[in-house]
Design a protein around this ligand. Structure first.
Ligand code: FPP
Length: 217
């Protein structure tokens, strides 16, 4: 903490948490163990972000494309998410952290959705920091969904197409509710955006590190 210039902090940090599988393979473990270690990193980074005083932290926890992974791995990720929510609920409340999600939440298993929605309800009044979990999320999907909604309103005569501009479009994107991203981090050495926050990162600074997510501090 003492190395950080607290006057020059980004307001909103977004992270592509990559490298759980490689971390596990390197030690001869199953990939799912890498995800478990990755969820420990999530706990650590959420705490550190709150301590630093960030306004918003957005984590790419599960992409629309992640559904194509082997069922066992998807199940393990859903389990870890549920575990995280159950075990961190009180901590989020104690630290004033509001939890929200972006993405197609209806695709999540009912059990996970139930826990998720309960924690979101219990933290919706908190305002020290907003933790957004991108779940079943895709940046192109988000933009397409917003375009469809705008087209629907225009077709119904409720919206003048001439009034659609960068600001009004951004206002209908769920990811933009916490404002644009100032700093985007991706771990594990890949130099790609992988369909994460396409609109909100338009002016973000990008930081790529070779560190794998389980060892990111
Ligand atoms: C990438 O590792 C990471 C993910 C697929 C999702 C991130 C999930 C977690 C950190 C754990 C659970 C989340 C929460 C919020 C508790 P990878 O499998 O793509 O790694 P690889 O590229 O090395 O195979």
């Amino acid at each position: 903490m003492s190395l950080v210039d607290l006057r020059a902090l980004p307001r909103h940090v977004a992270i592509i948490m990559d490298g759980n599988g490689r971390w596990a393979q390197r030690q001869g473990f199953l990939r799912t163990l890498g995800h478990r270690e990755g969820s420990e990193s999530v706990r650590r980074i959420v705490r550190a972000s709150r301590r630093l005083g960030l306004d918003a932290l957005t984590l790419y926890a599960f992409s629309e494309q992640n559904w194509e992974r082997p069922q066992l791995e998807v199940d393990a990720l859903m389990h870890l998410l549920e575990d995280f929510l159950v075990s961190e609920r009180d901590e989020l409340i104690a630290r004033g952290i509001r939890l929200r999600t972006i993405g197609r939440r209806h695709r999540l298993p009912a059990r996970v959705r139930g826990v998720l929605e309960a924690v979101m309800r219990d933290t919706e009044h908190l305002d020290r920091m907003t933790l957004t979990l991108a779940l079943s999320y895709g940046g192109q999907e988000e933009i397409a969904d917003a375009a469809r909604e705008i087209a629907r309103q225009a077709a119904a005569g409720a919206l003048d197409p001439e009034r659609v501009d960068v600001r009004s479009f951004g206002n209908v994107l769920p990811s933009m509710e916490v404002g644009p991203v100032d700093l985007l981090v991706r771990t594990s050495g890949e130099l790609r955006i992988s369909n994460f926050l396409l609109w909100a990162t338009a002016y973000a600074e990008l930081h790529f590190t070779d560190r794998l997510w389980p060892e990111f501090t």
